[in-house]
Design a protein around this ligand. Structure first.
Ligand code: SF4
Length: 641
């Protein structure tokens, strides 16, 4: 579908001149006619963003809640996509923010209504957001779990009928279509990195494939998460080499909404993830072939060492509150075994060359093995080079995975992302440290950029109250929270620093009775959880993720209770950051906590009509150390009680 520009343009006209006129009409006339306030900040932002589009450069747009920044970047992105005939990519921090943008009554729909536009917007969600029919079908024949069986029943008929015509194929399989499934059950039936999609028999009728085919043809906007955008960047070349299309099509521009979270997504996207069983399943398949004695001995040695190594990792790893990443110490035996495995894997790779020349194995098997062994050897080398990688263990009921992540990503981002001559817009309420954007820019490998900051237009003094309580005792805190909820008759968001903290509160509430609904993050699909909170005005939402992105104006949210200062967890990723900082507290912990705290408080006042209160709990030690820093980033003085 090709969309036309929302303004007249001839071959002699300059696109940017015409666009400038149109944007002026939109902000000075059309939007005010539809009841939107005329805001000088929007005009200022529009001018700054236009420069980035003209120069095809990077702009950091720091703008608080209520400045209307989304309207500005959406307008430019849509018009530029239509002009260049390539979609714009809007990359959001996570799946909740994707839904916020496209939800009924969200910014895209508002813009469509006010400007009489039909925007072709399609979602490119993370792979974990789609059901894996291969896993689902296997499990459905071995379980009596109602939640899982009802997902199986909802899968369209054509998926189970190999002879079905392609005309009957329809999109399905998005996590959102199965809101009743809790997160831990979803993991059992969703795509995971262990799935070998390129050789899967269900591939052509898999929901993920069908959804990908759909969004690829968007003419205006493709909305994805930062994680998915980074996965696209890192896999682009290898997919092309294998004759596959990149995950995302070529874009006219990329907007990073909540762009301050991009660095972590980039690191995450570059991780090497090794499941304890993958190497043995690949090499055991090799042993079934007619291979030479030398190769067999190497395979047996590798498998034995690999099992010992994973057992050692599991035994020495330690759980960390607030994180799924278990700390694995760099012990001498762990590193020595890793080194021996790496040497043997290199030797096996050499043997494979002989094996393939002697035609003792099918080419296809050799290729799969070579690819995995090279990937494994590269990960081990990153692990062995002290200071280059960050590693941790993730364990579930059924799987153990070692994850290795590079510490710095700026060089790769500079080369693979920001060398493209297209406009890049970073939008967030928190991109600078007191107007200085250099920390964000350098961590992303960006050398040249424009930047600006615009404050929120809300009158916090009349719209909001800020309270604080100092306590050492958690049960006193739960008691005080319970009272605050009752006094407000619900209508509240409770923010916790970790799942563990939320669960301790949940245990305490088991003996309480409430006159309003208590909703907990993770019990249902996240956008359904948010909808339920918005619909049921008195409900209370307990969450450990929604410090950012939740946009619920009105009576549903008139109180935000912040259970503790949101410091980063002591997990391997943050430990690595701390160990490379001159002053870990001021360079890592405080900036992270203050930014998240500002974001959390920002959930309360979402419109000029909103009113409400925030209460923060701190310990005595935190009061002594951080009271001033906390106060400095807040819009009002805290009233301590
Ligand atoms: S293609 Fe991948 S996600 Fe789809 S069913 Fe097969 S293994 Fe699962």
């Amino acid at each position: 579908m090709t969309q036309s520009l929302p303004f007249e343009i001839t071959k002699e006209d300059s696109f940017f001149e015409k666009l400038g006129d149109y944007i002026g009409d939109v902000f000075y006339d059309i939007l005010p006619e539809h009841g939107y306030e005329l805001r000088d900040e929007q005009i200022f932002m529009a001018f700054q963003i236009e420069q980035a589009f003209k120069n095809k450069s990077v702009v950091f747009a720091e703008a608080g809640v209520g400045t209307g920044k989304t309207f500005v970047y959406l307008l430019y992105a849509i018009c530029y996509a239509r002009y260049t005939r390539k979609p714009a990519i809007i990359s959001c921090a996570d799946e909740t923010l994707i839904e916020q943008l496209v939800k009924e009554g969200g910014d895209i729909e508002k813009l469509e209504k006010a400007l009489g536009l039909t925007v072709d917007v399609r979602l490119a969600k993370a792979r974990e957001q789609y059901v894996c029919v291969k896993k689902l079908d296997y499990l459905a024949h071995r379980t009596d779990d109602e939640d899982i069986l009802s997902v199986h029943d909802e899968i369209p008929e054509f998926v189970y009928e190999p002879a079905a015509s392609m005309k009957s194929f329809e999109r399905y399989g998005d996590r959102k279509e199965y809101p009743w499934v809790p997160n831990e059950k979803w993991e059992k039936i969703a795509w995971d990195p262990l799935q070998q999609c390129s050789t899967c028999d269900w591939r052509h009728r898999c929901g993920q494939t069908l959804n990908r085919e759909y969004y690829r043809h968007a003419s205006d906007l493709i909305i994805c998460s930062h994680d998915f955008y980074m996965e696209h960047i890192w896999t682009k070349e290898s997919r092309k080499r294998e004759g596959q299309l990149p995950l995302l099509p070529e874009a006219s521009t990329v907007v990073f909404d909540e762009g301050h979270l991009l660095e972590f997504a980039a690191q995450k996207g570059l991780t090497y993830r090794f499941h304890s069983e993958t190497l043995s399943s690949i090499l055991t398949g090799y042993m079934d072939q007619d291979v030479r004695e030398e190769s067999l001995t190497l395979v047996e040695d590798i498998l034995e060492l690999h099992d010992e190594w994973f057992a050692h990792l599991s035994k020495t790893s330690k759980a960390v509150e607030g994180s799924v990443r278990k700390d694995v110490p760099r012990t001498e035996p762990m590193l020595t075994t890793a080194k021996t495995i790496a040497e043997k894997v290199d030797a096996l790779l050499e043997q494979l060359v002989f094996d393939s020349e002697l035609y003792v194995m099918e080419d296809y098997h050799v290729k799969i093995m070579e690819e995995y062994l090279e990937f494994f050897a590269y990960g081990l080398r990153t692990l062995l080079q002290d200071g280059q990688g960050i590693h941790w263990l993730e364990e579930t009921e059924t799987q153990t995975s070692l994850v290795i992540m590079p510490r710095l990503v700026e060089d790769i981002l500079r080369k693979e992302v920001f060398s493209q001559k297209i406009p890049f817009v970073f939008s967030s309420a928190t991109l600078s440290q007191a107007g200085d954007f250099s920390y964000t820019a350098s961590s992303l490998g960006i050398q040249k950029y424009a930047s600006f900051s615009v404050n929120s237009p809300f009158d916090y003094e009349t719209q909001m109250k800020m309270n604080g309580t100092v306590t050492e005792n958690e049960s006193d805190k739960w008691e005080a929270m319970g009272n605050a909820l009752n006094e407000n008759n619900g209508h509240s968001l409770l923010l916790f620093s970790s799942l563990e903290e939320m669960n301790r509160f949940r245990d305490w509430t088991a003996n309480q009775s409430w006159t309003f609904e208590m909703i907990y993050e993770g019990d249902r699909e996240i956008s359904e959880t948010v909808k339920q909170f918005q619909r049921d005005e008195s409900a209370v939402l307990c969450s450990y993720h929604l410090w950012e992105g939740l946009d619920v104006p009105g009576e549903s949210l008139t109180q935000v209770l912040i259970s503790s200062l949101p410091f980063p967890p002591n997990d391997p990723v943050f430990q690595a950051k701390r160990s490379h900082a001159m002053d870990p507290v001021t360079e890592v912990d405080l900036p992270y906590m203050l930014l998240r705290l500002r974001q959390g408080i920002g959930r309360l006042i979402r419109s000029s009509e909103d009113k409400g209160s925030v209460r923060i709990w701190m310990t005595n030690d935190q009061m002594t150390k951080y009271e001033k820093q906390v106060q400095d980033v807040l819009p009002l003085p805290i009233n301590w009680t």
